[in-house]
Design a protein around this ligand. Structure first.
Ligand SMILES: [Zn+2]
Length: 283
């Protein structure tokens, strides 16, 4: 049985029996790995506060069989990113990115750039008071993550007939083709929706921005709205599923209220607001 040692983010976890946990990790060297932690709910010695969502950990375990769950024996905390759970907006956005990594990545396919991006996203979400252009940064992270997953939208020519699209103010974006379609081809793409030139220009430029510019950038409400719709349509199309966390995040943004399942075991303080959502978000 090959022993595995790696650093990883905890991207999902669920109960398995009375004392075990199924833990999904996103590792630096092997991508997503589903693991089982025997006795993980009870052992503070082997798992000392290291199994919270978003946590960056060092772990070791065994791979029994290519198709079997990896057994995780020990997990040491490197960085908890616990501040993410102190702010509902950060928390819901964080769960959205966890769910993207969990649902859109195949098992054991290394993606070190995505691992680095998750670290950047969690660092951003954990330092919220310093971030003034929160929504714009989330849009840029969405674009970065779909690019690293191989879904980068094609935004210069019609993906149906190949015609260059450099004129006009409004364009049709087709999620199933992953890019723009011209007016003549649009009837063959009933799921296509309108996107403005400002959004197309921004999305084409965004790949060239460095981090300093990303932190200064702010989108107009229209660009922000269209960019979110485009990225999320691509994610839904490629993953074939609706994201639970996205529904919660969007309802929270509309109502400015937490929308989730009440915790059957309420606690006090900020955690009381937060504990009740995770099963609805990441399972
Ligand atoms: Zn066309």
């Amino acid at each position: 049985m090959p022993r595995v040692k790696d650093s990883a983010f905890i991207i999902n976890k669920s109960d398995f029996g009375e004392s075990d946990l199924i833990i999904t990790l996103f590792t630096a060297e092997r991508g997503k790995i589903s693991t089982i932690g025997k006795g993980a709910k009870r052992s503070r010695r082997r798992f000392p506060g290291s199994l919270e969502l978003f946590s960056l950990v060092n772990f070791n375990g065994f791979i029994k069989h290519p198709l079997a769950l990896t057994r995780i024996d020990e997990c040491q905390l490197i960085e908890p990113f616990s501040a993410i759970q102190d702010d509902l907006r950060s928390y819901f956005c964080g769960c959205y990115f966890l769910e993207i990594a969990n649902r859109c990545c195949a098992e054991r396919q290394a993606n070190p750039a995505l691992f680095a991006l998750l670290q950047e996203i969690f660092t951003f979400l954990a330092t919220l008071p310093l971030n003034r252009n929160f929504n714009c940064r989330i849009r840029l992270f969405e674009l970065q993550i779909i690019t690293l997953l191989g879904f980068r939208p094609q935004l210069s020519a019609c993906l149906d007939c190949g015609r260059e699209l450099n004129m006009g103010r409004l364009f049709h974006f087709s999620p199933q083709t992953g890019g723009l379609v011209c007016n003549a081809c649009q009837p063959r793409h009933p799921a296509a929706f309108i996107v403005s030139r400002g959004t197309i220009n921004m999305l084409n430029e965004a790949h060239r921005l460095d981090n300093e510019l990303r932190n200064k950038l702010n989108f107009t409400p229209q660009v922000e709205r269209e960019s979110a719709r485009l990225c999320r349509a691509l994610l839904r199309w490629h993953s074939g599923c609706n994201f639970n966390s996205l529904k919660i995040m969007e309802r929270y943004a509309e109502n400015n209220l937490p929308v989730a399942i009440p915790d059957p075991h309420p606690v006090t303080g900020n955690k009381a607001k937060l504990n009740y959502s995770i099963n609805g978000v990441c399972t």
